[in-house]
Design a protein around this ligand. Structure first.
Ligand SMILES: C[S@@+](CC[C@H](N)C(=O)[O-])C[C@H]1O[C@@H](n2cnc3c(N)ncnc32)[C@H](O)[C@@H]1O
Length: 283
């Protein structure tokens, strides 16, 4: 009997241990995730958002669903290599951090001081905070004072509900759509506009203006189209031409850059649209 009791002991203890482990795992969840079940799916994907998440990345509630996944941010930053870039809506720094690896200076703007503080903190984890000027304020006020080679626009899309409609119109963004684009255009012709994957293509072509082009790139992660980036301006569109796309053994499209480096993200081939809007007299 004694030996039986003893042999059953460790099982009970293990059970307790398991319970304790589970509990402590739960306690490790950030407060904003713990308090909101709808955010749990983003927590599962935290390393997709920041590969160095465990080193102390900080995100507020909104940033959990609006930060750009790191691989995509890295790719966009490669395309946007330049001296000075404006990240007009920098949030918690998903894009700004990657721009700091490819650009001499990043002007990172956000209206929300908490997000900006988190962006600064997160940039320090990646060791790039010195290359970023963090500016708290509204892009709509600050834009006329800015000078840069490229402007990156990643405005709010109105929450995760953007996927509910078949086609997303930039009108849904209000001022963050056409108005933000016009302000960006006064800073530079080279604009990268980060948009929902179901964005209305006609509207994006229209934004290019008569006689101009836009390149629409579908950003894919693990075979899924996650977002679209619309590139305006000769320099940004030319970039794709100097790089080769090739299909790897898994039939994935990959990119081989000038140095022969094969980037390990997946992108879908992009399409360049020409806006050939003409006008004529009615009579
Ligand atoms: C989609 S999030 C940007 C996410 C960012 N690209 C990232 O990867 O972390 C949009 C951001 O725009 C900011 N924002 C909203 N209105 C703004 C304004 N008028 N000027 C500047 N930033 C604004 C929000 O606070 C939010 O952080």
């Amino acid at each position: 009997v004694e030996s039986l009791n003893q042999s059953s002991l460790p099982t009970t203890t293990n059970k307790h241990k398991k319970k304790r482990k589970k509990k402590s795992k739960k306690r490790n969840l950030p407060e904003e995730i713990e308090n909101d079940a709808s955010l749990k799916k983003y927590w599962v994907q935290r390393y997709k958002l920041f590969s160095r998440f465990d080193e102390g990345i900080k995100l507020d509630r909104e940033s959990w669903y609006s930060v750009t996944p790191e691989k995509i941010a890295e790719h966009i930053a490669e395309r946007c290599r330049c001296d000075v870039i404006v990240d007009a809506f920098c949030g918690s720094g998903g894009n700004a951090i990657q721009f700091a690896f490819t650009c001499e200076k990043v002007l990172a703007i956000d209206i929300d001081p908490v997000k900006l503080e988190n962006a600064k903190h997160n940039a320090a984890i990646y060791g790039v905070e010195d290359r970023i000027d963090f500016i708290c304020g509204s892009f709509f006020d600050i834009a006329p004072t800015l000078k840069a080679d490229i402007v990156f626009l990643s405005p709010p899309w109105g929450g995760p509900e953007y996927t509910n409609c078949e086609t997303y119109s930039i009108a849904e963004m209000g001022d963050f759509g056409t108005k933000a684009f016009t302000l960006a255009k006064n800073i530079s012709d080279n604009i990268a506009f980060f948009l929902p994957r179901n964005s209305n293509v006609d509207e994006l072509v229209c934004l290019a203006g008569p006689g101009n082009q836009v390149e629409l790139e579908q950003n894919m992660l693990n075979n899924k189209i996650v977002t679209i980036t619309a590139y305006y301006g000769k320099e940004l569109i030319e970039w794709g031409k100097g790089n080769q796309l090739f299909k790897d053994t898994n039939n994935q499209l990959n990119m081989l850059d000038d140095t022969g480096y094969a980037a390990d993200f997946e992108i879908q081939d992009s399409v360049t649209y020409q806006n050939s809007s003409l006008s004529c007299d009615d009579e």
